[in-house]
Ligand binder design. Structure first.
Ligand SMILES: Cc1cc2nc3c(=O)[nH]c(=O)nc-3n(C[C@H](O)[C@H](O)[C@H](O)COP(=O)(O)OP(=O)(O)OC[C@H]3O[C@@H](n4cnc5c(N)ncnc54)[C@H](O)[C@@H]3O)c2cc1C
Length: 443
């Protein structure tokens, strides 16, 4: 029997959350503790989101710590987990938002679509020497699993990565780890990814009696950034930073980059933008770049500074945006949120966003804090009928009439949930499900 179905449905608010990772699970816990009936709809078998598929797998302890926290939140009374159910595919947006009769819907589905690299014709080289960050890190995190049946990616020496944020540093690290692990192996020395990332190349050379890391013959990949290296968003200044605070931020950024470079010996070329790809027989063999002049946030190409850099792999890591879902209005590359701070998509219909899908910030804590803020607003103001950010008359009317769902309405929502549980083969117990869908070697 399913433990999570309400034995006797009583009047209450019923909230669907799309995505069960950091922001979705935080929202689920907070709202369930406030007495709501919470349904977490997750596309994957495991609800770990970017913790499993973004945060590189050398963060072993952090990953497992976060998995545990997510599991504890999703196992709270009042939370019903619905795995292997993708909004936009298994449930249409129109059905969820217009037919289920929910009190509110929270979009916690993160940012899984890479921003397009602004190079004409780049997309036609996808998987032929051109990769985007999200599938690249997904491959790195899963390739060692015995049941991994995804595409394998070859990482030749001398890759070029376009980016500048923390995730682009992770792409760079993956390239260097792959090449140095192979270089050590050619000498009969086995080193792990974890060792390479933690100890660094020079230390491992020392430990294995290699005098000079250059002897390993790895040329190294290059991180290219369109602004100055000190502008890379590796550390954030406080809001309205003073010149002194900006200097401090620059120095933290310099230090972070220096530490990573010292460990994994990659190159950084700042003030550089891609212009076009060079290809032979349908595969990337190089990239044409141009240098930039940086003034404030503006990076202007410098005519005559074009250069062709030979490379067999180009990785674009210039940010992630939400994947479009049919029926959800977009504003440019993101969902059309009306209030980004409180994640308001449509207050009168009770539709909000939490975490990465709103903030766009690739950061666990930022996702957690944003989710807490939105849910505190929901439970303290929204469900109580107080006016929130958008105080239009229509909202007032809707909120005034916002009574909890009746017992029958709650039961009708759970009948729909049950149909998805049956399709997914989920029997209602989170812990045994996770055990079933996590093969022994799945980190
Ligand atoms: C390479 C990389 C390195 C990172 N390193 C760090 C780091 O060192 N420190 C740090 O703090 N942060 C790091 N981050 C960022 C951090 O992992 C994320 O910002 C954070 O985990 C996002 O949490 P979230 O819950 O908002 O979104 P996500 O983790 O993206 O969760 C969204 C969930 O929604 C589900 N979903 C998506 N679409 C649908 C749909 N249509 N239907 C149903 N379910 C759906 C997904 O499967 C997923 O479970 C890194 C990210 C990347 C990519």
């Amino acid at each position: 029997m399913c433990e999570t179905y309400p034995m006797e449905a009583s009047p209450r608010h019923c909230v669907a959350i799309i995505g069960g990772a950091v922001s979705g699970s935080v929202a689920a816990e907070l709202l369930a503790e406030a007495g709501a009936d919470v349904i977490v709809i997750e596309q994957n078998s495991r609800p770990y989101g970017k913790i499993e598929d973004g945060l590189p797998r050398w963060h072993v302890h952090q990953r497992h710590k976060e998995y545990e926290k997510l599991g504890a939140r999703l196992s709270k009374p009042g939370v019903t987990f619905v795995p292997q159910t993708r909004l936009g595919q298994d449930i249409a947006w129109k059905e969820l938002s217009e037919e289920w009769g929910l009190s509110a819907i929270l979009l916690a589905n993160g940012a899984w679509r890479d921003r397009r690299l602004p190079v004409d014709g780049a997309e036609k080289f996808l998987e032929s020497g051109f990769e985007y960050q999200n599938p690249f890190i997904y491959w790195f995190n899963h390739k060692i699993e015995s049941n991994f049946d995804g595409r394998q990616i070859d990482v030749p020496d001398g890759a070029v990565i376009f980016g500048g944020g923390l995730a682009s540093i992770d792409c760079v690290k993956v390239c260097q780890i792959e090449n140095y692990r192979r270089a050590f192996a050619r000498r009969g020395i086995e080193v792990s990814d974890l060792d390479l990332e933690k100890k660094g190349v020079s230390k491992l050379c020392e430990l294995h009696g290699i005098d000079d890391p250059d002897e390993l013959g790895v040329k190294g990949c290059t991180l290219m950034y369109r602004r100055r290296a000190i502008d890379m968003p590796l550390a954030q200044p406080p809001a309205n930073a003073t010149p002194e605070q900006m200097e401090k931020t620059y120095s933290v950024r310099r230090k972070l980059l220096e530490v990573a470079q010292n460990k994994l010996r990659f190159h950084v070329q700042d003030c550089t933008m891609p212009l076009s790809f060079v290809a032979e027989n349908g595969r990337v063999v190089g990239v044409k770049t141009i240098r930039t002049k940086v003034e404030g946030r503006k990076a202007t190409p410098i005519e005559g500074s074009e250069e062709t850099v030979p490379t067999g792999l180009i990785i674009s890591s210039i940010g992630s945006v939400p994947e479009p879902i049919e029926g959800i209005e977009m504003k440019g590359e993101t969902f059309a949120f009306k209030d980004w701070d409180l994640g308001v998509y449509d207050e009168s219909k009770g539709i909000f966003g939490v975490g990465n899908v709103v903030t766009g910030q690739g950061n666990i804590r930022a996702s957690l804090l944003h989710s807490q803020k939105v849910c505190t607003y929901l439970k303290d103001d929204y469900f109580k009928g107080a006016l929130g950010a958008a105080s239009a008359e229509a909202v007032q009317q809707h909120l005034n009439g916002k009574t909890p769902l009746s017992a029958d309405e709650v039961a009708s929502v759970h009948a729909r949930v049950k149909a998805h549980h049956v399709r997914a083969g989920y029997e209602g117990d989170y812990a045994s499900w996770i055990q079933k869908v996590s093969p022994a070697d799945m980190a």
